[in-house]
Structure formats: C-alpha cells, structure tokens
Design a binder for this molecule. Structure first.
Ligand code: ZN
Ligand code: ZN
Length: 375
C-alpha cells in the first residue's frame, strides 16, 4: 500500500498558519516565538528538520517576515523544504560562530519570547544566557489553539493513519498464536505497520496474560499461552507526519470468566465515552463518562490512567481527556478514548479509538470491531 498524500501541506496553507501564529503572538503580547526542530516547526513551515545539537531556530515575530537560523551545513536541506517556497529568510551560521548571539541580535533586549515546548534544555539555557533581559515563556501557550483545532486536511490525514493501523489489527490472526513470544508477534506487527503505509513504528505493545496489567508494557520474551488475554496497542507515523494509535484485545481460545465479565464493562465504558464526546462538552466529562461505568461495576481502582490524549503530529498532545481539564471540545479536535481495567498479577484490558470532532459530533477513525477478538 503506497501513500499518495503529499508529505507536507500546500505552501499556501503553511503561509496561512504562519500568519495565524503571528496574530496569536501579537494577541499574547509576546515579542517572538523561537521554534526548534519538532512538531511545531513542521506544523508551521513543513520543514521536518532533524533535532540536532546545532541550533536550528525559527524566529517568528508578530510583524515582519519570519526568519530561520540554521547551521550552514543544513542550509540546502532547509531550502529544499517548504521554507524555500515560503520565502522565509534563511540565516546560516558557521561552526565558529555563536548562533545564540545571532538570535539575540534579531530581538529586543527586554520583553518576552515564547520557546518551543520541545526545545532541548541546553538550548533554552544558552538562549537565556544570550538574552538575559528577556523573559522566556512556552510557545505552546500561543500555538495550542492552532495545533488543537485541526483543519479538514489534518482530519483527513488522521483518518488515513487510522485506516492504516486498522489494516494492521485486521491481520492479527496471522501472527498472534500460542507458543510465540510477544517479541516475535511484535516484530511481525512492526513490519506490517510500515507495509500498511507508515514511515515509522512508534510503539508496539503486545502484553499477554499478567503483562496486560501494565498499561505501557511493550514486548518481552514471554511465550503467549492459549486462553490468555493479550493487549495489542500499536501506532506509527505516516509520511505526512500524522500519527496512528489504536488498541484491541485478543485471546486465543476461551478467556477466563472474570476477564469476560470486566471486558463487557470496559466495552460499555468506551462506547459511552465515544457517544458522549462532541463539540460543547468538556474534556473531563468524556473521562467521567467512561470512568463512572467502571466505578459503578466495582473496577474503579483498576482504571489507573486518564481516558485519553489529543493526537496529530504528535501521538500525545492537547487536549488531554482527563479529570480537571475543563477545555471545551470543539470542531477540529482529535483525541483518543482508551479506558482500561488492569488486575495486577492476572491480566488487563484496554480499548482505544481515535476520535475527530466535527461540527455536531465526534467520529471514530478506527473502525475495527471492539469485541474481544477470539483468534
Ligand atoms: Zn495506544
Ligand atoms: Zn493512546
């Protein structure tokens, strides 16, 4: 399966994002955003730069043209990205220069800059030393609205990612067999994540029997036995940068009686939260919709994590579906709904779909059946 979607949005869309980010910077009263390689840089410019020790930094002020500081040797790569077409001025520095001083020279000596939430601490501290009179805040506070409210193209990208990971889950019966280890099954899944259209495997959780009670157990050499529930939570990154993430439950043969009982509770909880999620309700109310059903059935203490997380160019981003988050869901938001029940020493279960919020309701992008899959 080849992915025919472009690897970055049209340059006109990127230019519009940059301009909206400038408006948000102005509205926040911030003198500039300083954005290093990572999802924010890719979101704003389409430049998928590799994070390295050498400083690459987009300088985005409310007024005037954006500029980007790059190491001289990265100049051709930057110009080959949409940075070139966007007409962003590329200021390169050589090995003998101090790039932090270059950034400081572009900005006032006092005021406030928003630093990329993903910037390495080493760079944060060097920027602070180069601009001692400037207060540093998180650029995320300025960019979060933009990143959270996804465009129709971004929602399409998440649907493609969801369909790709669904195709992997659909083939689980080929790989998941008693007598094989989690690691062997994980290797087959990883291969399929790539062959179904992703460019990167982000995680392969295959948690059998008691390992299923650890939500982020990845792979071990444990041999899977008949009758053991297996948590399979997998995800990758598509060529356009958007991520997939979906969990389904499998068992070869008949599951233990208690497992079947709480799996029905979990399925009802996951369904209720998906039905509840829509524009106008809070993130925390989606968590509560799932949690209350699990609490009422007596399993509350075994649901040990939040119900979900936002997803886009990062697997985990805002909005977080968690108690205390009063963010009101709105069209364009995308997030997981993934309640779980984990019985230490025995087994565990989780069901996870990614949802995208339209104008009236939220829709799942993962469509594989949510029943316990008996292989
Ligand atoms: Zn997951
Ligand atoms: Zn997830």
């Amino acid at each position: 399966m080849t992915d025919t979607a472009p690897h970055h949005p049209p340059v006109t869309d990127l230019a519009a994002r940059l301009s909206r980010a400038q408006d948000a910077t102005r509205a926040a009263g911030v003198d500039a955003l300083l954005i290093s390689p990572g999802p924010d840089l890719r979101y704003l410019t389409g430049y998928d730069a590799i994070p390295l020790e050498r400083l690459t930094c987009l300088v985005l002020r409310p007024d005037g043209d954006p500029q980007i500081i790059v190491p001289h040797l990265e100049r051709p790569a930057a110009l080959a990205s949409p940075i070139g077409e966007l007409g962003i001025e590329v200021l390169s520095w050589t090995e003998l220069e101090n790039p932090y001083a270059h950034v400081a020279a572009l900005l006032p000596e006092t005021g406030q800059v928003g630093l990329d939430n993903h910037m390495w601490a080493e760079k944060v501290l060097r920027l602070r030393a180069a601009m001692p009179g400037v207060e540093q805040i998180l650029a995320g506070s300025v960019l979060r609205e933009l990143r959270m409210r996804k465009s129709a193209d971004e929602i399409d990208a998440l649907r493609r990612a969801g369909a790709a990971i669904d195709r992997v889950h659909a083939q689980m019966g080929r790989w998941l067999r008693p007598g094989r280890t989690e690691r062997e099954v994980g290797r087959d899944i990883a291969e399929s994540i790539i062959s179904e259209g992703h460019v990167r495997v982000d995680f392969t959780i295959v948690a059998s029997g008691p390992n299923g009670a650890s939500p982020h157990h990845e792979l071990s050499d444990r041999v899977i036995a008949a009758g053991e529930p297996v948590v399979v939570d997998i995800g990758g990154t598509m060529p356009d940068g958007y991520c997939s993430d979906s969990t389904r439950m499998y068992v070869v043969g008949a599951p233990p009686a208690e497992f079947a009982e709480y799996y029905a509770v979990l399925q009802a909880a996951q369904f209720a939260a998906c039905e509840h999620a829509r524009p106008g309700v809070t993130a925390e109310s989606v968590d509560a919709a799932a949690r209350q059903i699990i609490i009422d059935a007596g399993y509350g203490e075994f649901f040990i994590h939040r119900t979900g997380h936002g997803i886009g160019l990062e697997t985990h981003e805002e909005p977080y579906i968690v108690s205390g988050n009063t963010e009101v869901l709105a069209a364009g938001m995308a997030f997981s709904v993934e309640p779980g029940i984990y019985l230490p020493g025995q087994h565990g279960a989780r069901i996870e779909d990614i949802l995208v919020c339209g104008d009236l309701r939220a829709e799942r992008v993962n469509l594989q059946p949510r029943e316990l899959a008996i292989l």
